[in-house]
Structures are given as structure tokens and as C-alpha cells.
Design a protein around this ligand. Sequence first.
Ligand code: AMP
Length: 121
Amino acid sequence: MKYDDNNIFAKILRGEIPCNKIYEDDYVLSFYDINPQKKIHALVIPKGKYIDLDDFNSNASNDEIVGLMKGITTVSKKLGISSIGGKGYRALANISDYGGQEVPHLHFHLFGGEKVGKMVL
Ligand code: AMP
């Protein structure tokens, strides 16, 4: 499968549509999910064009991989939900068809601000 340049997160990265930004650096952009499932529901996406986690881990540079992993914790600290100083959260990536992925640009959901509940509904 080829990366779709017209997916909604690609448009957000290009600044063509707005987002409610939480954090940005060279490797990641983080913003609030438009349809929050928990009190806090953030998204963290890599800036590179990667469809899902397997595409990312297969094709991204080590710097990009480290950048995304560190970015998740930077965002969790910024939101006060980190295990370091906060009460924790769930990081989740849906992957492809059976994983229920809707937007074909890799993203981690960060759910927190309250007990997140059962892992799989
Ligand atoms: P997934 O099912 O893992 O692909 O999740 C896609 C997520 O993107 C959903 O939780 C949507 O609510 C969210 N979403 C879709 N469009 C936007 C947008 N324009 N800004 C923020 N979040 C969005």
C-alpha cells in the first residue's frame, strides 16, 4: 500500500487544515483528537510519511523512531498524565484493517485524565 498524501493528518502536517496543537518538534506533531474518547485524548504523529507502525518500524530512521518514542513521553508530561508526576495513561496505535485504523498516517492515541478501563472492548 502506498502512502496517501491526501489523508487528513497529512493535510494537518502541511497546515492545510487546523488542529488543536499540544506539541511539535522536528519529529512529531501532537494535537487533541477531534472526537475525544476520554477526558484527555491526544494524538501523536510522526512528521514523516508512514502509514502505520509496521511501515514506520520497517522504514523510518533510528532518529525518527527515537523521536516518536520520546515525543510520546514529552506530550504525556506536558499533559500531566505521565507516570512521572501524573497518574498514567494508555498509548494505543491501531494498525491497518483488523486493527481498526481509520486514518492511514501512523498515530498514537494517548488516553488519560481518568481511568481508561478495559483494554479491548
Ligand atoms: P484511528 O481509528 O486509530 O485511525 O483513529 C483516527 C482518529 O483520528 C480518530 O480518533 C478521530 O477522531 C481522529 N481524527 C480524525 N480527524 C481528525 C482531525 N481533523 N483532528 C483531530 N483528530 C481527528
